[in-house]
Design a protein around this ligand. Structure first.
Ligand code: FCB
Length: 500
C-alpha cells in the first residue's frame, strides 16, 4: 500500500541528504541513530491528546440496530479480498461495549477521541429514511464521552459508503455529493449541540485510488477514470458538507483529514523527476491545492486529460470553503525508485494513474509489521513544507499516527517497546515542527485498540490496547500507560516501558 507526498518547489535532488535525528531516512536509506530519548519535552498549553478509531474497523454489530450494508461489508464478504477472509461483522464489538470502552479511555487519560460515524447506520440506504436507533447510538456515545470529559471528534466518512449508494454509482455518481451534504446536515442537527469538532472525509486519496484504481479496498474497482471522478466528487462533497453544516449551526469547527507524505526519490534518472512530481500531485497537491488555493495542479490536469472530465465550472469554489482546522494523518514517507523497463505493466503503480517508469521501493530494512519504513523526520519536514506552501492553512491536528506490532499478552501484560519508541520519535518530530512555528493543536494516536485493518484483516495490530479477537478481552499495552504519562505531563517524560 502506498501513502506518498511532497510539494511545489520541492526538488528531488539533494532531498534530505546527510542528516539523521531520531532514526529515519538519509539519502533514501534507513538511519537508526538513537535520539536523545530521555530529554523532557513540553507541548503548548491546551494541546489536545487523543486516540482514533473508525466505525467499520471497531463497531461490529453489523446486523444490529437497523444498520444498512456498506461497501466494506460486501467487499470483505467477497472471497479473496481480505486476508484470511476476515470481515468487520463483529470487529471489537464496540457497538455493544462502548460504555466500557469509554471508561477505559478515561482511565487512560484521553482528552479527545476521534471516531467515525457509519453513514449506513444512520441512513441505511444512504439517503431518505433515517434510522433512529443508529442516530441514538451516536448520541449515547457522545453523551458518554462528554460525561467523562472527553472531547468527541467525529469523521463523517471513513470509507464505509452505504451499499445502496454504491449500487447507483457510489461517489462516481455526482448525485452522491448532495446525499453526502444531506447526511452531514442531519448529523449537525442531531449532534451539533454537543459536538463541535468535525471532519468531513478521512484520507480521500485512499478511498478514491485504493478503492477504484488499485482495487485493493472497497469497492474494489480498477478503473482510473472512476478513481479520478471519485477524487473530485469527494472534495466536492466535502465542500458542500461544510456549507450544509454551517447552514445548520454557526458554532461548528469543521475540517478534513488528509494523508500527505513526503516522496523520497531514489531514482537517479532526471527523466523520472516528472513522474515523481506526478505522484506528488496525485497524492498531495490535488487535495491541498483544491482546498486551500481553489484550483487543481495544472501538471496533473494535463496528465489526466479526459480522466478528469467530472470537474464542472464552479466546483472549485464549492471545494475551497474556509476551514477551522486541518487533520493530517502520517505514517511514513514514500520511497520511489526507477524501473528498468518503462512499460513494465506488472510493476506499475495502479494507485497513481498516468505515472510510468517508477515504483515504490521494496520493504525498508527497519519497518513495522505493515512493512512501512519508520521516518519520523519526514513528519517535521512535511508539516513545515505544508505551512510554507499553503500560508492560509488553518491550525493542524495530527489525526492519525501509529504503528502495527504484534506483541503478545503474557501473564496479563503486553510489553510493546517498539510502539513506544515509534510514538516517542514521532511526538519529538511534531514538537520540532511546533518549534519551527507550525500551528499544531492536537495529536490522535492510531489506534485506541487493535481492529480490522481493512484488506489486511485482524493481523496488523495498531492498538494502544490489545484485543483478543476470540474473547474480545481488552488489555492495555505498556504503550497505553506510557501515553497516559505523556498526557499527564503534556509532553514527553523519561522513557518507561512498564505498566504503571
Ligand atoms: C489509515 C486509515 C486507518 C488505518 C490506518 C493504519 O490510512 O485511515 O483507518 O487503517 O491507516
Amino acid at each position: 500500500m502506498l501513502y506518498p507526498l511532497s510539494y511545489e518547489g520541492w526538488s528531488p535532488a539533494g532531498y534530505r541528504s546527510g542528516h539523521c535525528s531520531g532514526g529515519g531516512l538519509v539519502d533514501g536509506r534507513v538511519c537508526n541513530t538513537e535520539p536523545a530519548m530521555n530529554e523532557q519535552l513540553e507541548f503548548p498549553t491546551g494541546f489536545l491528546w487523543g486516540a482514533a478509531t473508525a466505525s467499520y474497523q471497531i463497531e461490529g454489530g453489523a446486523r444490529d440496530g437497523g444498520r444498512g450494508e456498506s461497501v466494506w461489508d460486501v467487499f470483505s464478504h467477497t472471497e479473496g479480498k481480505v486476508a484470511h477472509g476476515h470481515n468487520g461483522d463483529v470487529a471489537c464489538d464496540h457497538y455493544h461495549r462502548f460504555d466500557d470502552d469509554i471508561a477505559m479511555m478515561a482511565d487512560l487519560g484521553l482528552q479527545t477521541y476521534r471516531f467515525s460515524i457509519s453513514w449506513s447506520r444512520v441512513l441505511p440506504e444512504g439517503r431518505g429514511r433515517v434510522n433512529r436507533e443508529g442516530v441514538d447510538f451516536y448520541q449515547r456515545l457522545v453523551d458518554q464521552l462528554l460525561a467523562h470529559g472527553i472531547v468527541p471528534c467525529p469523521t463523517l466518512f471513513h470509507w464505509d459508503l452505504p451499499q445502496g449508494l454504491e449500487e447507483i454509482g457510489g461517489f462516481r455518481n455526482r448525485d452522491t455529493v448532495s446525499w453526502f451534504g444531506d447526511y452531514a446536515a442531519l448529523m449537525a442537527r442531531e449532534l451539533g449541540d454537543r459536538v463541535h469538532m468535525w471532519s468531513t472525509f478521512n484520507e480521500p486519496w485512499c478511498y478514491a485510488y485504493l478503492g477504484h484504481a488499485a482495487g485493493v479496498h472497497a469497492p474494489g474497482l480498477t478503473d482510473p477514470h472512476a478513481a479520478v471522478t471519485v477524487a473530485h466528487h469527494e472534495l466536492l462533497a466535502h465542500g458542500l458538507a461544510v456549507q450544509t453544516m454551517r447552514a445548520e449551526r454557526d458554532d461548528l469547527r469543521l475540517g478534513i483529514v488528509i494523508n500527505p507524505s513526503n516522496i523520497v526519490s531514489e531514482t537517479t534518472r532526471p527523466a523520472d523527476d516528472g513522474q515523481i512530481r506526478l505522484i506528488d500531485a496525485i497524492h498531495n497537491r490535488w487535495w491541498f491545492d483544491a482546498i486551500f488555493r481553489g484550483h487543481y495542479p495544472a501538471d496533473l490536469l494535463d496528465s489526466y486529460g479526459p480522466l478528469a472530465d467530472a470537474i464542472q465550472p464552479g466546483d472549485l469554489d464549492t471545494i475551497s470553503q474556509p476551514l477551522d482546522w486541518l487533520g493530517i494523518n502520517y505514517y511514513f514517507d514514500i520511497i520511489v525508485r526507477g524501473l528498468d523497463h518503462d512499460d513494465d505493466a506488472t510493476r506499475r503503480m495502479l494507485a497513481y494513474p498516468t505515472v510510468h517508469g517508477v515504483t515504490e521501493a521494496d520493504e525498508a530494512e527497519i519497518h513495522t509489521d505493515m512493512g512501512w519504513p519508520i521516518t519520523p523526520d519526514g513528519l517535521t519536514e512535511l508539516l513545515v513544507r505544508l505551512r510554507d506552501d499553503y500560508p492560509d492553512l488553518p491550525p493542524i491536528h495530527i489525526t492519525e499516527n501509529g504503528c502495527a506490532y504484534d506483541d503478545p499478552v503474557i501473564g496479563g501484560r503486553c510489553s510493546d517497546p517498539r510502539r513506544i519508541d515509534y510514538l516517542d520519535r514521532h511526538l519529538r518530530a511534531i514538537k520540532d515542527a511546533i518549534d519551527a512555528g507550525v500551528d499544531i493543536r492536537g495529536y490522535y494516536q492510531w489506534s485506541l485498540m487493535d481492529n480490522f485493518e481493512w484488506a489486511l484483516g485482524y493481523d496488523k495490530r495498531f492498538g494502544l490496547v490489545h484485543i483478543d479477537f476470540d474473547t474480545l478481552v481488552r488489555t492495555p499495552r505498556d504503550s497505553a500507560y506510557w501515553y497516559r504519562d505523556v498526557i499527564r505531563h503534556n509532553g514527553l517524560v523519561e522513557r518507561r516501558t512498564g505498566a504503571q
